[in-house]
Each structure stands twice: as C-alpha cells, then as structure tokens.
Design a protein around this ligand. Structure first.
Ligand code: PLP
Length: 432
C-alpha cells in the first residue's frame, strides 16, 4: 500500500465535537453521538486542484484526497464517474428549463450508488486488517458488499429483511456471500448487525465502518459539480432512506467551495424524496418538527428506501431546511408513473427509488418548491432490472402474432387506429 498525503484528522462526534482516532467505531463513547470523518482542509489547499482532479482516473478515486483512506484504494477501483445526462425530453415533460439525471443506475459493478460507499468502506476494512465484512441492507448494499468483497477476497455476511425483491437477493447470493434473510424489517436487521459486528469483531460497512462508508457518497456530488463545469446546481433532488446520501452530496459541494474549485458560491437547495409508505424524514420536514418519528411498519414498493428509523434522519431534515429546500413523498402508483416517465423520455430504467425521486420532483415542481427556471439535478441511484416486481403487472404485455406479414399488417392497423383514437381523446379533452 503506497502512502500519499493524508488529510484526515480523525473521527469527530457530530454532537459534542470530541475527536477520536481512525478505527472501526461509529458512535462517540461519551454521548453516543454519530462520528464523522474530519479533514484538514487548510493542508489540502493548493494540493487538491482542478488540475490534480482532472489528471486522476475516470472513477470516484479522482477525488481520493477527499476520501478517508491512508493509502491507495484496494477495493472498487472502477466505481463512479457515471454520466450526468442532460435530460431535455424529461425537462419538457415536467415543464422545467434545465434538468440533469445523475445516472448511478449504471454504476460499476452492481448498478447502484452503493458501490461508492462500499468501495471506501471495504478499502478501509482492508487497511484496518479485517478479513470478514458485512452489512445490513435494504437490497442494493447487499449486492455491492457481496460483489466487492468477492473481488477483494473477503468473507462477507449480508443480512437483509426476508421480503426483498428477487433481483436484489440473487444479486447478492450469486457472489457466494453468506446471505441471511431475517424475519423482520430493516431496523430489526440493523440492530442485529450492530450486535454481530461488535460480538464477532467483523467490519460491518454501515455499522462500525459507517463513518468511512458514508464518505463514499460525497463522490456523487463531486462528480455532479465537476460535470456541470465546476459549478453546483440550483437544486438537487435525492432519495432518502437512512438520510446519509443527501447530506454527503451537499458536504461535497461545500468542500469544493472551501478549496476554491467552484466558479461561484454554493447556493444549492437540497430536496429529499421518500415513499409515503415510509416517510419519517419527509414527515419531519413537512411538519416542521425537530424530532424524527420512526415509521414502525414501512409499506412501500420502494423497498430500498424502507428504513423506518433513519440513522441520519435528523441531520437530513436540518440540512433540507437550512438550504431552503423541501421534502415530499409519493405513493406506489406515483412511483411507478415516475419510473415509466424516466424510461419513456430518457431511456433510463431506474429502480423504484428512481421512481420516487422523479415523482417527488414532479410534485415539488407543481407545488412551486422547485423553480421551473433553475438548474435541477435528480440523483438516480439504482437500476430497474433489480426491481422488476414493481412493474411486471403494471405494464402492457407484448402483442403476440404469428410469423406472417399479414398478421403484422393487421396488428399495425389496429395499433394506428388505437393511437388516433387516443390522440382524438386528448384533443377533445383539451377542447380542440
Ligand atoms: C437505490 C437507493 N437510493 C437511495 C438510498 C438512500 O440512501 P441513504 O440511506 O444514504 O439515504 C438507498 C439506500 O439504501 C438506495 O438503495
């Protein structure tokens, strides 16, 4: 492992501010406050520049000095640098001027933004000497830990609720990890993982390695700012489960600003998206509360976002308010409509969490919270191939014909007829 300039001061308690050394620990022993990685930004100035970033690899590791590793990464070397798509057809459909999709549905290797957090957490696990790693997961993290651990030769224990989509379950078991389905919801799985991590001394990415793990999400924000030409957007809409990603995207913008890498100050308003069937954070924002009330029995097709008691819910709600943003939630039908609209306008098949993000964005535009003339980025964090159950009974099945030109011609005539009837209904509805 090569040594490079290390800008990490240590782990800082988000409540009392006390510093702790770099170790597998996620809470302050004094007051149980969550720990966060603290950096020496003064030392970074002049060393982390646009040029140094541009000279880096086409992956999240071009921002390595802003991530908490002591040496070079050893896991997930190809993760990140996903496309920022200018979504003109979707913008037209939503009636906004400037819209972008940050497309982590094509992230490598497991098609979700979780590869970012896992790349950092498992590289750190290797640095700290762990041979066995694990996670509590709502689905995407399971696949990412399983795949990246397999490639790194680490033993992995993956704990999931027993009601996940088949694509998520197969997408973890295929890598040979020890996948354990627990009869309970995510919060119960998470509590069990805390006990396991400390009892067996294993590195659980979102338990005792959480401070390092969470930093990986910043790379999504760094990429957005760089891909927009070293500026930050007017608004970001991000899906929220534990509530970490949204905060880290904003933290990344502020870090770039502090290092003088941006053309202007960060004025980005942060918007959080949840499903109505599991909306502890959006509810906190909408009711102007300072306390996150857990949702005991999450019930939504957006299973990846179904965390009833979000670890970073309080901080996410505060951030949303402090940036002048807002939060909304959407029901299952709206989620499916969102998935379809993204697919039909931009050719991007996102998972249910993407449907949540898009449907919430649509709602926020209609409410006037998102402005039609500002630049808006939607964080699309996972791939639709993994959540096929959400669509399978809600999408038209293909027409079946015999292999003859006559059959095809009759079908075409019927289809054209149907299209003109639909167009007629739209014109009549519009009073034309
Ligand atoms: C696809 C997807 N998007 C978004 C999130 C939310 O991330 P966070 O827990 O950091 O709020 C998750 C979390 O599991 C996820 O799987």
């Amino acid at each position: 492992m090569s040594q490079r300039p290390n800008f990490v001061n240590g782990l800082k308690c988000r409540l009392c501010g006390k510093m702790h050394g770099q170790q597998a620990l996620n809470f302050c022993p004094d007051d149980f406050g969550p720990l966060e990685v603290d950096y020496n930004y003064e030392a970074m100035k002049g060393q982390v520049t646009r040029e140094s970033i541009l000279a880096g690899p086409a992956s999240m590791w071009r921002y390595a000095p802003l991530l908490p590793l002591a040496g070079d990464p050893t896991v997930g070397l190809q993760v990140g640098y996903t496309p920022l798509v200018k979504a003109s057809r979707l913008a037209k459909a939503l009636g906004v001027k400037e819209l972008y999709i940050k497309n982590d549905a094509v992230n490598h290797p497991t098609l979700s933004f979780k590869d970012r957090v896992v790349a950092v957490a498992l590289s750190k696990a290797v640095e700290l000497g762990f041979k066995t790693v694990g996670c509590a997961s709502t689905g995407n993290l399971a696949g990412s830990v399983a795949a990246n651990a397999a490639a790194a030769g680490l033993e992995a224990y993956i704990l999931i609720p027993d009601n996940l989509e088949q694509g998520k379950v197969l997408g973890a078991t295929v890598y040979g990890a020890n996948v354990v389905a627990v009869t309970g919801n995510y919060d119960q799985v998470n509590r069990l993982c805390s006990e396991i991590a400390f009892k067996f001394g294993w590195g659980f990415v979102n338990v005792n390695l959480r401070p390092f793990y969470a930093e990986g999400s910043k790379s999504m924000g760094f990429e957005i700012a760089e891909q927009l030409g070293w500026r930050t957007p007017g608004a970001v809409v991000a899906p929220m489960a534990g509530g970490s990603l949204i905060g880290k995207i904003h933290k990344s913008f502020k870090e770039f600003e502090m290092l003088g890498l941006l053309d202007g100050p960060v004025k980005t308003r942060m918007f959080g998206a949840q499903a109505t069937g599991c909306n502890p954070i959006s509810n906190t924002v909408k009711t102007n509360s300072n306390k996150v009330k857990p949702v005991r029995n999450p019930d939504t097709i957006a299973k990846s976002l179904a965390i009833g008691d979000p670890a970073d819910g309080y901080f996410a709600s505060q951030l949303i308010r402090s940036t002048g943003g807002w939060s909304e939630d959407v029901n299952d039908d709206e989620i499916v409509d969102g998935m379809r609209l993204l697919a039909e306008t931009e050719g991007i098949w996102a998972e249910t969490a993407g449907g949540v993000t898009l449907a919430v964005a649509r709602k926020l535009i209609e409410q006037g919270h998102l402005h039609r003339d500002e630049s808006i980025v939607l964080a699309i964090t996972g791939n639709g191939l993994k959540t096929q159950e959400a669509l399978i009974d809600r999408i038209a099945k293909p027409q079946v014909i015999r292999p003859t030109l006559d059959d095809f011609k009759s079908l075409l005539a019927a289809m054209n007829n149907q299209h003109s009837q639909e167009a007629g209904q739209v014109m009549a509805g519009a009073g034309v």
